[in-house]
Design a protein around this ligand. Structure first.
Ligand code: EZ4
Ligand code: CO
Length: 405
């Protein structure tokens, strides 16, 4: 079997997605997600100019060798652009292998370790009251784990909240230049513990709660937050500090018992290695798309399992349904799966382009046993929604200093 052609599609059903399709000489094809929010066309160029020419004529069954060839062979290994490109190729090859075998990909990874994938929902709002009312709805819908974010009074465009928008697709799909958001650590630390205090007072401790700081704090500020949140027993605090400051996580770890999640921006197992082996984090958030595919994520999961670190893949709306389904296979298999981030099944426009069989019941996702990854991509529908340049926001302190996003 040989790779005959590789196509790259960019579509914008509310937000941009980059999709890779590997077509073989036997007619079997595979799909991968190469979406890198705000830098989509850099990945397209990386694929079209540098990756695809090397792959035509190769045996698509040699997933490991192709991964090593693209990663080590480039000499300039890692980085967000290259890993999104390699990740998409890798997932498309697993999709092909599953189709050849007639098996869903989780079977190829080692079979299922659980009946379904437990997810955490996003709950947010403009006031604590709004957030708690939305949390009540989420609990009634059956969610067992929920991420709480609330607008901080006096902070324009607080991370994780929707403002007057209905959903994340409406929020983030049309930003021809980066919007500027505000930040004040003092206002944040004075406000956010109250949200979790009120949530526990009203709903008790059965519902599991998490929170995403989005790398806005310094290590010692994260210690203060961790200590203030300890009584409310979070499942995890995500991205307390920017991931480059690996030693900063030791500062947090040594002083608060709050569980820590990190890694949506990791590109390789090497980014995660010191944090895992020093046991400074509890959940790894690396996505299949941004971490270079299922091949390295399987290794990351096995490595993390040695240290009781669990997998909690990034499930933001700027990952396509192909990544979502790849995560379903990874999560069904990984013995050290923790929790999957989930922001809903998307918009009608998105589902016109990508179709897949997944159902949500009592906060768990079930997938159907389809060979491969289990996603279909409608090329004609994708053409109706052409690429639109769009950016993630930047964050500034009140005095104008550019802050971490
Ligand atoms: O930063 O979607 O946990 N989810 C997040 C998201 C991501 C953006 C960029 O991928 O932190 O908001
Ligand atoms: Co996050």
């Amino acid at each position: 079997m040989k790779i005959k052609e590789i196509k790259v599609f960019v579509c914008c059903p509310g937000r941009n997605f980059v999709t890779v399709k590997i077509i073989t000489d036997k007619g079997v094809y595979g799909l991968g997600d190469a979406t890198l929010n705000g830098r989509e066309l850099a990945v397209v160029a990386y694929l079209e100019e540098h990756v695809i020419p090397c792959l035509i004529g190769r045996d698509p069954q040699e997933i490991e060798d192709i991964w090593q060839y693209l990663y080590k062979g480039a000499y300039w290994q890692n980085g967000a652009v290259s890993m999104a490109a390699i990740g998409a190729i890798d997932v498309a090859l697993w999709d092909i292998k599953g189709k050849i075998a007639g098996l869903p990909v989780y079977q190829l990874l080692g079979g299922r370790s659980r009946k379904a994938v437990t997810v955490y929902a996003h709950v947010n709002g403009e006031t604590i009251k709004d957030v708690l009312n939305n949390l009540e709805q989420a609990i009634n819908q059956g969610y067992k784990v929920v991420r709480l974010q609330c607008t901080i009074p006096g902070i324009a465009g607080t991370y994780g909240t929707l403002g007057d928008k209905k959903n994340y697709y409406e929020l983030q799909g049309n930003r021809p230049l980066p919007p500027e958001h505000g930040w004040s650590t003092t206002k944040y630390l004075n406000f956010i513990p109250e949200l979790f205090k009120k949530a526990r007072e009203r709903f008790g401790y059965d519902i599991e709660l998490c929170h995403d700081v989005h790398s806005r704090l310094t290590p010692i500020e994260a210690v203060q937050l961790g200590k203030m949140l300890e009584p409310y027993r979070l499942k995890f605090l995500e991205d307390a500090v920017t991931y480059e400051n690996t030693d900063g996580y030791k500062v947090i770890r040594n002083q608060t018992s709050i569980p820590l999640a990190l890694g949506e921006k990791f590109n390789t197992i090497w980014d995660a290695k010191p944090l895992i082996e020093n046991q400074t984090i509890d959940f790894v958030r690396t996505a299949v798309t941004h971490g270079g595919g299922l091949t390295p994520l399987k290794k990351l999961a096995d490595f993390a399992s040695l240290y009781h670190v669990r997998m909690a893949p990034h499930g933001a709306p700027d990952l396509s349904p192909i990544c979502f389904m790849a995560h379903m296979h990874l999560d069904l298999w990984a013995p050290n799966f923790g929790i999957q981030e989930f922001v809903g099944f998307g918009t009608p426009e998105l589902n016109e382009i990508f179709s897949y069989n997944a159902t949500l019941k009592d906060g768990d996702i079930y997938i159907e046993d389809t060979p491969g990854i289990g996603v279909e991509f409608n090329e004609e529908a994708a053409k109706k929604y052409p690429y639109k340049r769009s950016y993630l926001p930047v964050t500034r302190l009140e005095d104008g200093t550019l802050w971490s996003w």
